[in-house]
Design a protein around this ligand. Structure first.
Ligand code: NDP
Length: 482
């Protein structure tokens, strides 16, 4: 069994223990053993990053750009192999895995350019004879804590801007899927960046994550994950004076209006509710459908769902892979029961199933669930499930649809299916989400533009694109007497 160690100060370092990485498509398949670090490993990694910071932060933009470009080139060259690993450990299909790896490579390439474009401002002072310069500088050592559902893209979209703008990094990936993060660390390590600039410490969130959040040597924490953990991190960072950025859950609405193109509305709803096993923070889970189109929409969506093949993530013909873990599967199934107990009606799927493609081995397979006759106040429409489970709310008209869409503590992504320019325009302006989609699935975003939400979904500056500099730099205002 291959052992995978932590990367601390440029050295592969064994943990106190190791944990197996299990394939959710085939529970007998152990991908490898991955180190489990402890708080002392975090201390060593933060010290190494702090020691590397003075040289890295002043290394010059060409050196940093070249390093990021090299990392991006290798990721892209190995997208098939790494995409297969990603599908094997996380359970999204091989095609989705390859797509995610390619995205990670593109992100590194993008930030290779961004570090050359970092600019400032020069202003006259209100006091004659003085000049004012506003510049951006790196913040120091950043702690990055990432979830299991995008095991390479989310680490990439935090690591690349952190390094581009001259920071040093300690990454703690999700314990459930350390393989992709380890492969990324290996690529970064071999790119030739100096020891200590990038460190990987694997292990449980309650140990490694908390040690990072509490560590006095960490200047900032960027976290993606659940609301509960995120809020605890924000409170601790406020207490310790750390900069913090949180991307958390969603309960994303997909509005379907009477005037929608039915085929298009059904396809984008199926895609955003169920593909990637519904395990995307931008997946839609609330379908808000107006009266006249409602019967035809439900019938067509049921027919579309009947064609979905649930099976081994890496097998040909699989549309939807397994749920990531036993715990997540139990949560998904329990929400179907909660919804039924509250009066919703199960119109399709909803149970654990056998593997329909590939090896036929035991895995965490679930048939996507559609719940109809649900109302906005039900738990199924208020709490994030994070699985292939969608509920439908029937509404009178656009005005009611907008009210219901915004009636949530979350605000990550929201979609509308309509042929009306009037409603599309109004929805783009009045949706209380950070990202709005017109005639597109709520999931599926670009890497060169800001990503993030409002209300309970996000906290702090946006990630990705040009906007990433807001979190990964600090502003300095300098005055010079002419
Ligand atoms: P968790 O919040 O459970 O975990 C996220 C990360 O935090 C993991 O690395 C985890 O480690 C770590 N962690 C756990 N406990 C602590 C702690 N006490 N202190 C510090 N770190 C800790 O989320 P999941 O991994 O289950 O991911 C699913 C969630 O992520 C969903 O709610 C989803 O909506 C959200 N998400 C949000 C996105 C967005 O951009 N808005 C994108 C993708 C996902 P460990 O794995 O060891 O437990």
């Amino acid at each position: 069994m291959q052992q995978h160690n932590n990367l601390i100060n440029g050295q592969w370092t064994a943990g106190q223990t190791a944990a197996p990485n299990i394939n959710p498509s085939d529970l007998s398949d152990v991908i490898g053993e991955y180190a489990q670090g402890n708080a002392a490993d975090v201390d060593t990694a933060v010290a190494a990053a702090a020691a590397a910071f003075p040289a890295w932060s002043t290394s010059g933009i060409q050196a940093r750009s070249d390093a990021l470009d090299k990392i991006g080139t290798e990721i892209l060259a190995r997208k098939e192999e790494l995409g297969d690993l990603l599908a094997r450990e996380e359970g999204k299909t091989r095609a989705e895995g390859i797509g995610e790896v390619a995205r990670a490579g593109q992100i590194f390439k993008f930030f290779a350019g961004e570090c050359l474009r970092l600019s400032g401002e020069t202003l006259p002072s209100v006091r004659p004879g003085i000049g004012v310069e506003i510049t951006r500088e790196p913040i120091g050592v950043v702690g990055l804590i990432t979830p299991w559902n995008f095991p390479i893209a989310i680490p990439a979209w935090k690591i690349a801007p952190a390094l581009a703008f001259g920071n040093c990094v300690v990454l703690k990936p999700a314990d459930l899927v350390p393989g992709s993060a380890w492969a990324l660390a290996d690529i970064i390590h071999r790119s030739g960046i100096p020891a200590g600039v990038f460190n990987l410490v694997m292990g449980p969130g309650r140990v490694i994550g908390e040690a990072l959040v509490q560590h006095p040597g960490i200047a900032a924490i960027s976290f993606t994950g659940s609301v509960g953990v995120g809020r605890g991190i924000a409170a601790a960072c406020a207490q310790n004076g750390k900069k913090v950025q949180l991307e958390m859950g969603g309960k994303n609405p997909q509005v379907v209006l009477d005037d929608a193109d039915l085929t298009q509305a059904v396809e984008l709803s199926a895609q955003s509710c169920f593909y990637s096993t519904g395990q995307r923070c931008t997946a839609s889970s609330r379908l808000i459908v107006t009266d006249k189109i409602y019967p035809a929409f439900i019938e067509a969506l049921q027919a579309r769902m009947a064609k979905i093949k649930v099976g081994d993530a890496r097998a040909a013909g699989t549309d939807i892979g397994p749920v990531v873990s036993q715990t997540q599967l139990e949560q998904d199934l329990s929400y179907v029961e909660i919804a039924k107990a509250e009066g919703a009606v199960l119109a399709a799927g909803g149970g654990r199933v056998a593997c329909h493609t590939g090896s036929g081995k035991e895995g965490f397979y679930m048939q996507p669930a559609l719940l109809v006759d649900s109302t906005a106040g039900m738990r199924i429409n208020r709490e994030e499930v994070f699985g292939p489970v969608a509920s439908v709310i029937r509404v009178r008209d656009y005005e009611e649809a907008l009210l219901v869409a915004n009636d949530t503590e979350f605000g990550l992504s929201a979609g509308i299916a309509t042929t009306s320019l009037k409603y599309a325009t109004h929805f783009k302006r009045h949706s209380q989400a950070g990202m709005v989609m017109v005639n597109l699935p709520t999931a599926g975003v670009d890497y060169h533009v800001p990503f993030g939400g409002r209300k309970g979904s996000s906290y702090g500056p946006r990630e990705q694109g040009r906007y990433a500099q807001e979190f990964y730099t600090t502003v300095k205002t300098a005055y010079t007497l002419a």
